[in-house]
Design a protein around this ligand. Structure first.
Ligand code: FAD
Ligand code: NAI
Length: 465
């Protein structure tokens, strides 16, 4: 029986970071992963392949349009096979990188499906059926999540796909219907629209991207609409029939009214993700997930002594960097240190064009909490870098406490917003006031100056607008 200090079930951003941190702290660690590669959803079928396609498709579209404005005349020709190949190569390089880090930090990768069989006990069943028994004082559940199914719409990964299928379509659809105007739907919808598909997004709510600051979401929807994406808001899909080369969907207004039928070559179902704990043996240690499938934790501790949980399997934003934060804090606690995660400072980024990035509170959340705030907003139309690059869409918006001036939330929409938000994560972690940012010299000409100008706007002394 192999003995460990900690066994981690799942090798995604939660699990692999937990394994590496455990190794760094001198704990004997095993990571159990059933996939043939490490890296979990994020590296294999999530963040990484989607960003590879977003990057390539953005350049393809720019080459067919915006390049000419810059005096570069080319006629781009799509080679979808090569686009998919470079995506797969990047993914392989990244997953191999995790294997290297495991070796470097003396973390064992136990290949196969992990099942908890009692306190401190895990059984791993390999692909060939061989079973290995492991023991440890601590077990960390990092089994992640899976797409939420939609009743009446069966995923066949041929015509009706989830995000995994949408990352590897064999052709550019003539028409694609996306169900769900969330992050997956808008990112992958953008990829296929840029490559030539007519994309229609059907969303249950009367807005896109719930959770995003309202004003920013409205600007975002306007921009995507201008690019040719169509939105059917306040609509629910009640059934789907997949044929050989197309799908027909029954869609009804949420508010009531006549149903209509929509036809498309392909349908992407992207209505959220749910924790994945199937066959994990939680009952053997007396852990019962909540109604939505999440494992309830208190500082990563489950109700069972010695059983911890992190990442998408527990509450909080389902994001790779959040899983990574959970992992480090959880392992530090197992090692007798003081792990901590500030969930208010987990940033969100939508990697579309324009990008949308935010951290902290939205105006709506502050209103609801009765917090008095001031807003500074700066449009990229007045930012010199944005102007010379012909990328003037969007704005940076800083929200600060009306009394103390502490920064409470930042919302940026525009190219490279994701790169800009990190500055504000650091500032907010140090409890910066808006004036602190406003008085810090930023490089010229950069888009980050718009972030500073927004902070100056809170103080009432914006220079450039
Ligand atoms: P996962 O990454 O899901 O890893 C869990 C692993 O556990 C899996 O590999 C699974 O095979 C394994 N496993 C499960 N059960 C067992 C078992 N019993 N035995 C052995 N192994 C098991 N997040 C971002 O922050 N940025 C992005 O840009 C981004 N893009 C995304 C794009 C898409 C299309 C999708 C689907 C997700 C995206 N995400 C993104 C979300 C991100 O992928 C997840 O938040 C992150 O992967 C969660 O990490 P995790 O370790 O908790 O779980
Ligand atoms: P999501 O929660 O972001 O969006 C789902 C959308 O579907 C919501 O707008 C919701 O109102 C809508 N919806 C729900 N049921 C519906 C129905 N029956 N009909 C029509 N619409 C319906 O979920 P999504 O896009 O599937 O992504 C899952 C998670 O993956 C995200 O929440 C995010 O945590 C993560 N992710 C992160 C990315 C990033 O950080 N850039 C990229 C992709 C995914």
């Amino acid at each position: 029986m192999a003995q460990y200090d900690v066994i981690i079930i799942g090798g995604g951003p939660g699990g692999y970071n937990a394994g590496i941190r455990a190794g760094q702290l001198g704990l004997k660690a095993a990571v159990v992963e059933k996939r043939v590669t490490l890296g979990g959803t994020c590296l294999n079928v999530g963040c990484m392949p989607s960003k590879a396609l977003l990057h390539a498709s953005e350049l393809y579209e720019a080459a067919g349009g915006e390049f000419a404005t810059l005096g570069i005349e080319v006629k781009p020709k799509l080679n979808l096979v090569q686009m998919m190949k470079q995506k797969a190569e990047s993914v392989t390089a990244l997953t191999k990188g995790i294997e290297f880090l495991f070796k470097k930090n003396k973390v064992d990768w136990v290949k196969g499906f992990g099942k908890i069989t009692g306190p401190g006990k895990v059984e791993v069943t390999a692909e060939d059926g061989a079973v290995t028994s492991l023991e440890a004082k601590n077990i960390v559940i990092a089994t992640g999540s899976e797409p939420t199914p939609l009743p009446g719409v069966t995923i066949d990964q041929q015509r009706i796909v989830d995000s995994t299928g949408a990352l590897s379509l064999p052709e550019v659809p003539k028409s694609l219907i996306v169900i769900g105007a969330g992050i997956i739907g808008l990112e992958l919808g953008s990829v296929w629209r840029r490559l030539g598909a007519k994309v229609t997004v059907v969303e249950f709510l009367d807005r896109i991207t719930p959770g995003m600051d309202n004003e920013t979401a409205k600007t975002f929807q306007r921009s995507l609409t201008k690019q040719g994406m169509e939105f059917k808001l306040g609509a629910k899909v009640t059934g789907a029939k997949a044929g050989k080369s197309s799908v027909s969907l029954t869609v009804e207004p949420v508010a009531g009214g006549a149903a209509e039928t929509l036809e498309a070559d392909y349908v992407l179902v992207a209505i959220g993700r749910r924790p994945y704990t199937e066959g994990l043996g939680l009952e053997t240690v007396g852990v019962t997930p909540d109604k939505r499938g999440f494992i309830e934790t208190d500082h990563f501790k489950t109700s069972a002594p010695g059983v911890w949980a992190i990442g998408d399997a527990i509450h909080g934003p389902m994001l790779a960097h959040k899983a990574e934060e959970d992992a480090v804090a959880c392992i530090e606690m197992i090692a007798g240190k003081y792990g901590h995660v500030d969930y208010n400072l987990v940033p969100s980024v939508v990697y579309t064009y324009p990008e949308v990035a935010w951290v902290g509170k939205t105006e709506e959340q502050l209103k609801e909490a009765g917090v008095a705030y001031k807003v500074g907003k700066f449009p990229f139309t007045a930012n010199s870098r944005a102007k010379i690059n012909h990328e003037t869409e969007g704005f940076a918006k800083v929200i600060a406490d009306a009394k103390t001036d502490e920064i409470l939330g930042v919302h940026i929409i525009g190219p490279q917003a994701g790169e800009m938000i990190g500055e504000y994560c650091v500032a907010m972690a140090f409890k910066a006031a808006s004036e602190d940012i406003a008085r810090v010299c930023h490089p010229h000409p950069t888009r980050s100056e718009a972030g500073r100008q927004a902070a100056m706007g809170v103080e009432g002394w914006t220079m450039q607008a």
